[in-house]
Structures are given as structure tokens and as C-alpha cells.
Design a protein around this ligand. Structure first.
Ligand code: SF4
Length: 341
């Protein structure tokens, strides 16, 4: 039975043909080469790839956080509003209010000479002038409590250097949710943390998603980070999405050699890491990207056509894959993971 269009919720984020380029001494280098993505309210999208794949640049592009002189084209609609080309005053009102951002390194994101409480209060007052400083500090204390920071009354008047790495990341999350955003973009939120704290931060993000109904974009180089948290995964390489699918299909029915390489490079909970197989070679620079499929110099399945023709992203069994040989890749068993679908 067809669903009544009135009851189909519109996407929270809808990206079509997004491109982003940086200006260099010899012209522009394309870091994001036409990506399409959709995120529904309350869902989690994992964007995965090695550094330089374009995953962070694509999100910073739609938030207009790229360096001056960068070129962004295509479309990125947030709740139906076009972000690409939006006036700076309008995007500033959306950033930090309707869209919260969590960065990898909270120490550099926080101002070292202001207390954590003052910074969270300021983030609230920036978007709501009716909130007094005292009210802002009270809300900051409540927010620190909601992200499970012990003794929030004492912590609210401490400085960033007085927090541990995990605590700072929690405080950064508290600041990102201070204005009740509909969307959170978390850029490598757990990279600098040890495994136990990493799991706690991922649990916290998951809880916030469930309790507050926030949509979450989780950017990471580590497939393990999104295994238990994402609904859908987009794998990026060389500025393009090379595979996209539901989390279980990416892990158990991948149809792209690059995703297979990332899976093989993941620690397996059944061994001690001895069987890890890193992908040989390094990702291409935006200034010297190979022609054809950008992955071909590193791909164990590459054939002659791979060096000349760039494959389109198209359906290949359970996922969308940009590989000429997606339908012919042998079955691969995914690493054993603790997945909590
Ligand atoms: Fe490898 Fe060719 Fe597929 Fe690219 S198109 S991933 S080089 S097999």
C-alpha cells in the first residue's frame, strides 16, 4: 500500500551533487566531487574514510566553515532550507542552534581563559538574548549533568585544562546540544580517547539521539566506531562516496574493495590484532588524484578499465557501490563485531 505523502517525514538533511574545492597556486583542487546523502530525523549516518577522503570537508562545506576562497556548489538542504549559498548571517543563526558541531579536539575548540560554564552559557546567549548570564550558567550546570559529568556545580566554574580528555569531550557535547539542535555533526569525536572513554562517548551520543530525537552525522576513519551506532554508512574515498548502505549490509555484504580493505584493517574481537591487514599505499592528494577509479593504484582487484573509467555509484545487491566489478567480487566474511542494531 502506498504511504500517504502527508505522513512521510521530510529528510532532515538532503545533499545532492555537493562539490567543494580549495584554491591552490595552480587553480582549484576538488576535495568533494559530487556527493548525495540523505538523513532522516533521529537517525545516525556514519561517514567513513581515511584522512583526505573528503568526509569532514563535505560537512564543513555545508556549514560554510571552509577557508576563505573555497568553492562550494550543489545543494544541501537542512529541513528544506538550502544551506549552500545561504547568507552568512543566516547560516550563523543555524550553526550552533539548529545544527550542533562536535570537533575531534575539544581543547582547541574551547577558549582556555574562560570557564567551561561561561563558554556554554555564552553559546546559549548568542542565540537567545533573553537568557541572563546567571540563567546561562544554571543551564550549563544542568547540561553538564545531562552528559554525565560528575559534580556539575563545581565543574561549571572550572577551566578546560582542569578537565580530562573524556570530560572535555563530554563538555563539548553539552555545548553542542545547549540550544536543542535537530542535527549534530560529530567529526572524529572519539579519536583522541582511549577505548573505554570512546565507548562511553558513543553511548552518550546514542542516548541523546534516542532521548532528544537528534539526527546525527558521525564522521570517522574507523568503521568500528560506527558499527554499533549508525543506521546507514557512506564510505568515502578520493572525494566521492564509493559505497553506501545500511550498516549491516556494509559490514556483511560489502560490494566495494575499499570498504573490504577498511574492514580487514579493523581489529577483530576474536584475535589480538595479529591478523590486521592495512590497505597498502596512501590516499591520493586532491592535487594529484589518479584518473579513472581513484582507488585503482591501491586496489588488489584493479583491471585495465579501472585506470581510465571512473565508476558511477549504482545498486549492487544490498548496497550502492562505485566499482566496475561490484557484482563479481567474491563474498567476504566481515570481522566479528559486537553490533547492536
Ligand atoms: Fe578496484 Fe577497479 Fe573497483 Fe576501483 S573500479 S575499486 S580499481 S576493481
Amino acid at each position: 500500500m502506498l504511504q500517504d505523502p502527508k505522513f512521510i517525514s521530510p529528510p532532515l538533511l538532503e545533499i545532492k551533487g555537493l562539490r567543494a574545492s580549495f584554491r591552490g597556486s595552480n587553480g582549484y583542487g576538488e576535495a568533494v566531487r559530487g556527493i548525495d546523502l540523505t538523513l532522516q530525523p533521529g537517525k545516525v549516518l556514519g561517514i567513513v574514510g581515511e584522512s583526505g577522503s573528503g568526509k569532514s570537508v563535505s560537512m564543513m562545506a555545508l556549514l560554510q566553515l571552509l577557508p576563505a576562497g573555497s568553492l562550494v556548489t550543489g545543494s544541501a538542504k537542512f529541513g528544506g532550507r538550502e544551506l549552500v549559498g545561504m547568507a552568512p548571517g543566516d547560516i550563523r543563526r543555524i550553526r550552533g542552534k539548529q545544527i550542533g558541531v562536535i570537533f575531534q579536539d575539544p581543547l582547541t575548540a574551547f577558549n582556555p581563559v574562560l570557564t567551561i560554564g561561561e563558554q556554554i552559557a555564552e553559546a546559549i546567549r548568542l542565540h537567545d538574548a533573553s537568557v541572563s548570564r546567571k540563567q546561562g550558567l544554571e543551564r550549563a550546570e544542568h547540561l553538564l549533568d545531562s552528559v554525565a559529568i560528575p559534580q556539575p556545580r563545581r565543574r561549571v566554574s572550572q577551566y578546560p585544562h582542569e578537565f580530562s580528555g573524556g570530560m572535555r569531550q563530554r563538555a563539548m557535547i553539552a555545548m553542542a546540544i545547549a540550544n536543542s539542535p535537530q542535527l549534530l555533526i560529530a567529526d572524529e569525536p572519539t579519536t583522541a580517547l582511549d577505548v573505554t572513554v570512546q565507548a562511553q562517548i558513543l553511548d552518550l551520543l546514542q542516548r541523546l539521539r534516542e532521548e532528544l530525537g537528534i539526527g546525527l552525522v558521525l564522521i570517522t576513519h574507523d568503521l568500528g566506531v560506527v558499527a554499533g551506532s549508525a543506521d546507514e554508512i557512506a564510505v568515502m574515498y578520493g572525494g566521492r562516496i564509493v559505497e553506501r548502505g545500511q550498516v549491516e549490509d556494509i559490514f556483511y555484504r560489502t560490494r566495494h574493495p575499499y570498504t573490504r580493505g577498511l574492514l580487514r584493517a579493523m581489529p577483530n574481537i576474536e584475535d589480538d590484532g595479529e591478523n590486521l591487514t592495512p590497505i597498502e599505499g596512501t590516499p591520493p592528494s586532491i592535487w594529484a588524484r589518479p584518473g579513472g577509479c581513484a582507488f585503482h593504484p591501491r586496489c588488489v582487484n584493479a583491471q585495465a578499465i579501472c585506470a581510465s573509467d571512473d565508476p558511477e555509484l549504482r545498486p549492487a545487491q544490498a548496497t550502492l557501490s562505485a566499482c566496475h566489478f561490484a557484482d563479481r567480487l567474491p563474498q567476504m566474511l566481515a570481522p566479528v563485531l559486537e553490533m547492536t542494531p
